[in-house]
Design a protein around this ligand. Structure first.
Ligand SMILES: Cc1cc2nc3c(=O)[nH]c(=O)nc-3n(C[C@H](O)[C@H](O)[C@H](O)COP(=O)(O)OP(=O)(O)OC[C@H]3O[C@@H](n4cnc5c(N)ncnc54)[C@H](O)[C@@H]3O)c2cc1C
Length: 408
């Protein structure tokens, strides 16, 4: 079967999914290598969805800041966290981009023809060498990537971060200069609840009602009501809603590495990236920093080889993935302590304590690269969860075995 579009570029990438990870990968590979062309297939009619993606700038390697800059729409030098017992302003620059800025980054490549879009087209099947779309057509390429977003996987046990957000325009300036990443002074329901605020301008602000919950049941009406209660307390009553955003993100409690190794050993699979490949921060469910990291790795690899070496790159990505699962072991322990050892109504104490730690540790925590001494620092002191319960949830293997036996 011939590729759907014949072109003279030497390396052809085919990506299923024009969301964050698919577009980041395309943008990085196209901007770093003139020999690359990319075809992206998406079931929707518009690429990039309708999202705001935020992150600490320290989550991204400094060597990539210049490249990522056109994606970033807003930067704040500091942000706040608020708990009933304490509040803190952190000097950690916080950034956000969105679907429009992401589309603008890839636009020149669409115009030049190096990025081809196949929209309104559902991908039915994928292998390491081809993508089969809804009309039965096959699209072949040198490298095939699956970026179709999150899917449940029996090798990972999850908790959930649920959120419902509105962007409003207030009649009078809302008065917030810096984001509030966590306002946990609000009444607690359904696990750990907090409000997240991103002030985009003097009158425009994104407000999200967020829950770290055991279940993924979603009560939009209730969340909307609670956001409006928050708006009342802030005196932002005179406003109009200009956008709504909602989602449920996976929070990894435990991973069965043996099972993953077995699943990853299949060689006829496409290369899974983004949420599809489980490339996200285990504690926040955020995937932007990993999407940037992985795009850079793939692009560097293609630059090095510049020829079809699909097997080698997928084996490199698999190795990297196994490395991230091993690297993130401690984060999953924290999630088990938060979700299982802590009483649901007291989960906020865990976070309140965490935010008393040093800024550098907090930066390292969110970038996913913490030191052994950070782990000790996080665990020592007066435990916010009962010790016997903490010990019960300590072993990931035992936890996973108990979870598997519950299901059987
Ligand atoms: C509301 C919300 C806010 C978030 N905020 C942040 C944040 O601030 N910071 C952060 O780092 N992370 C955030 N995340 C988490 C994560 O970064 C996003 O979910 C991100 O969009 C995931 O990227 P992705 O490419 O894996 O999947 P997606 O961006 O979801 O893209 C998947 C794409 O695949 C397409 N697709 C799916 N199935 C098919 C098919 N069969 N055929 C063809 N196309 C298909 C979809 O249409 C979609 O375009 C947020 C998530 C949500 C839901």
């Amino acid at each position: 079967m011939e590729p759907i579009d014949k072109d003279t570029n030497k390396v052809k990438l085919v990506v299923a999914g024009a969301g964050l990870s698919g577009l980041m990968l395309a943008w990085k590979c196209l901007s770093s290598n003139s020999q690359v062309s990319v075809t992206i297939i998406d079931s929707k009619s518009v690429i990039g969805g309708d999202h705001t993606w935020s992150f600490n700038i320290s989550d991204v390697n400094p060597s990539l800041h210049k490249w990522l800059n056109p994606f970033i729409e807003h930067t704040w030098e500091k942000y706040d966290v608020k708990f009933n017992g304490s509040s803190r302003r952190l000097n950690i620059p916080y950034c956000s981009g969105n679907s429009n800025s992401l589309r603008a980054c890839v636009e020149p490549f669409i115009k030049s023809g190096r990025l081809k879009l196949i929209l309104d087209t559902k991908v039915i099947k994928m292998t390491s060498s081809e993508v089969i779309i809804c009309n039965g057509k096959k699209i072949t390429g040198d490298y095939i990537f699956d970026a179709r977003g999150f899917t449940f996987d029996k090798s990972i046990k999850l908790g959930f971060q649920k959120f419902y957000g509105i962007t409003i325009e207030t009649k009078k300036p809302h008065g917030l200069k810096y984001p509030i990443i966590m306002d946990a002074t609000v009444p607690q329901y359904d696990g750990y609840r907090f409000i997240y605020c991103l002030p985009f301008s003097q009158n425009k602000i994104l407000i999200e009602d967020t829950y770290y919950s055991d279940g993924n049941n979603f009560h939009e009406g209730e969340y909307n009501k609670r956001i409006n209660e928050y708006i009342e307390t802030k005196n932002w009553i005179e406003h109009k809603v200009i956008r709504v955003e909602k989602g449920i993100l996976p929070i990894a409690l435990s991973v069965d590495i043996k099972l993953i190794e077995k699943l990853e050993a299949k060689h006829n699979e496409p290369i899974k990236i983004g949420m599809r490949g489980n490339f996200y921060h285990p504690v926040t469910g955020y995937s932007l920093p990993e999407a940037v990291r992985l795009s850079d790795k793939v692009s560097a690899f293609i630059n090095e080889t510049n020829k079809n070496n699909s097997l080698e790159i997928s084996s490199k990505i698999r190795k990297y993935k196994l490395h991230t699962y091993k690297r993130d072991k401690f984060f999953r322990l924290l999630n088990r302590l938060l979700f299982r050892a802590a009483v649901s109504s007291k989960r906020h104490f865990v976070l309140e304590r965490f935010y008393t730690l040093s800024e550098n540790l907090i930066k390292r925590f969110y970038s996913g690269n913490i030191y052994k001494k950070d782990m000790l620092r996080i665990l020592i002191g007066k435990p916010p969860v009962p010790v016997h319960k903490a010990l019960y949830y300590f072993s990931e293997r035992a936890f996973m075995a108990r979870e598997h036996s519950k299901r059987d």
